[in-house]
Design a protein around this ligand. Structure first.
Ligand code: FES
Length: 125
């Protein structure tokens, strides 16, 4: 596993979201972007790509949630996704889901875990 230190948990509002670009050292993946969302104390991470037509989801930098801060919302056509599992509950890709990434909180830091050789690295943005 490659562990990527994303940010301090305190930097994430609850509910709230934040986007990141992965550095190349994070592994063989190309420079995909991802986002983390925190709601009700749970932190989840997803690839920043809408299953509808593959565009990034955010309205503005780091703004992935709808106005009520309940669902993840795609800025392009308004699809709504559950924060807990990334499943689309409304919109043109209803029933599809965001690609999940493994994330955990360690000692107050949000850590992304990627398959690959062990390494400690940081994310950008
Ligand atoms: S691109 Fe996300 S709903 Fe269409």
């Amino acid at each position: 596993m490659t562990a990527v230190d994303l940010c301090a948990l305190d930097e994430l509002e609850d509910p709230g979201s934040r986007g990141f670009a992965l550095p190349e050292e994070a592994g063989e993946r190309d420079a995909e972007s991802l986002f983390v969302v925190r709601r009700d104390g749970e932190v989840r991470a997803y690839v920043n790509r809408c299953p509808h037509i593959g565009t990034p989801l955010e309205w503005q930098p780091h703004q992935f949630l709808d106005l009520d801060r309940y669902y993840i919302q795609c800025a392009m056509h308004g699809a709504l996704f559950r924060t807990e599992d990334g499943v689309c509950v409304s919109g043109p890709c209803a029933g599809e889901r965001l690609a999940p990434l493994q994330v955990e909180v360690r000692e107050g830091r949000v850590i992304l875990l990627l398959p690959g050789a062990p390494a400690e690295t940081g994310a950008t943005r």
